[in-house]
Design a protein around this ligand. Structure first.
Ligand code: FAD
Length: 408
């Protein structure tokens, strides 16, 4: 049996290793000059390759496609992913939030271990081989590159999403899927900074801790995250903004609400403000609020609350104090969109799971599989997206082995 794999990233390499181990002839096409370019930059170069948690936590961290991913995740859970990589000679360490990294702290160790394994198993690795087209040829498929066309009995498309296109993931899988008639949900940047209609560039450089960011659509809550928020290049970034982005990237008409003091209710906050103002007789509102917020934010917040930041605290009206409290508990922004794919950690959207069996095999074209980020599934940060890549690749490869009577 001959299997062609398009894409030598996380999913492509793992699928290749799984098939070749059972004696299947595998050809792996990668458009770059080397394998795993995106893997190399994961986890800030350290590769957070999975999350050592229970299944409930895995599914709670999947934003789209949880049901579709069940078989893949149960088939290759984090504990087995970890055993697999340790078996390849990559010792692992579990860090804060159950994030799993190579103990060496080097993503290159993960790539090297996979690349070495597939080379040892005899996978034919075609680098600088961009696949331009995949055709059905009656009893299988033809993979087309500039070099020509090659026949395969089955094909796995592991071309990734559309984020960080410089790594080679330019959304080609969507094109291949559409050519066979599959639905493709519009790819959008996710785990990415948020853009607002309001100009927030004056807040650049601010790093807030213990704040809550909520997203609403037509008054209905869409997401609510507590933690750290950063303001960079006129955008909202940092962990909670990235998480919220995954829930809102496919929606329009989103309002963001920032609670700067989630631990205090309005009555407590009012008492606190009155105390601060009483102790700071003669000071401007902006400087009197320094004990509560960084100065940069105070000035912005007071303006948004309709209060002159230079106004002396002694002459602030009760209404003005109320407006300040209201802004502190729920500073509103209209979502204008997200930063582009070039800055997005993942893609939300892709090949419709409605057209795929749980194994990733197409319901429309027998022997054609889609795995990893090409599929319309995505998860939050913490190692869950690579867990998706490993698990979907493994299940597709096992399904091919099963249909060829080669099950391990
Ligand atoms: C900066 C950054 C940090 C990240 N950190 C983490 C992390 O720590 N943990 C985590 O879980 N996830 C992380 N991710 C997400 C994770 O990298 C991806 O979800 C994962 O790599 C997807 O694997 P994949 O195999 O589906 O696709 P990819 O890894 O994108 O691989 C696809 C491959 O296909 C090749 N290809 C594409 N089209 C063609 C074609 N036409 N012909 C031939 N080859 C082609 C590409 O060159 C590429 O090598 C991060 C992403 C980014 C951008």
């Amino acid at each position: 049996m001959d299997v062609g794999i398009v894409g030598g990233g996380a999913a492509g390499m793992l699928a290749a290793a799984t098939l070749a181990r059972e004696g299947v002839r595998v050809e792996l096409f990668e458009k770059n000059e080397k394998l795993g370019k995106k893997l190399y930059i994961t986890g800030k170069g350290r590769c957070n390759l999975t999350n050592f948690c229970d299944m409930g936590t895995i599914f709670a961290n999947i934003v789209h496609g949880e049901k579709f991913l069940r078989s893949a995740m149960y088939g290759f859970p984090p504990s087995e992913v970890m055993a697999y990589f340790e078996g390849l000679g990559v010792p692992l360490t579990v860090e804060r939030g159950n994030r799993v990294f190579p103990t060496s702290g080097k993503s290159s160790d993960v790539i090297r271990a996979l690349a070495k394994m597939i080379a040892r198993l005899g996978v034919s690795i075609k680098l600088k081989s961009e696949v331009t087209k995949i055709e059905s040829d009656g009893d299988g498929f033809k993979i087309c590159t500039v070099e020509g066309k090659t026949h395969f009995d089955a094909v796995i498309i592991a071309t990734g999403g559309a984020s960080y296109p410089a790594t080679g993931s330019t959304g080609d899988g969507y094109k291949f899927a559409a050519a066979f008639g599959h639905g493709v949900s519009e790819p959008r940047p996710a785990l990415v900074a948020l853009r607002t209609h309001e100009d927030i560039s004056c807040l650049d450089g601010l790093h807030l801790k213990n704040v809550r960011l909520e997203a609403y659509r037509e008054g209905k809550p869409i997401a609510s995250e507590f933690g750290e928020l950063e303001f960079i290049s006129g955008e909202m970034s940092g962990p909670i903004a990235l998480t919220v982005s995954s829930y809102v990237t496919r929606l329009d008409g989103i309002t963001l609400k920032l609670d700067l003091k989630p631990a205090l209710d309005e009555a407590t906050l009012d008492k606190r403000l009155q105390r601060e103002f009483a102790e700071r007789h003669g000071q401007s509102a902006a400087s009197a609020m320094r004990a509560l917020l960084p100065e940069k934010l105070n000035t912005y917040l007071l303006r948004r609350a309709g209060v002159d930041p230079s106004k002396k605290v002694d002459i602030l009206s009760k209404e003005e104090r109320k407006a300040i409290i209201c802004a502190l508990k729920g500073l509103k922004f209209k979502l204008a969109g997200t930063a582009p794919f070039a800055e997005a950690i993942i893609t939300s959207g892709g090949v419709s799971v409605d057209d795929l069996k749980p194994s990733g095999e197409s319901k429309l074209q027998k022997g054609l599989y889609f795995v990893g980020e090409t599929v319309d599934v995505d998860a939050l940060t913490g190692g869950f997206n690579l867990q998706i890549a490993w698990a979907t690749a493994r299940l597709a490869a096992l399904d091919i082995l099963k249909s060829a009577g080669l099950e391990p």
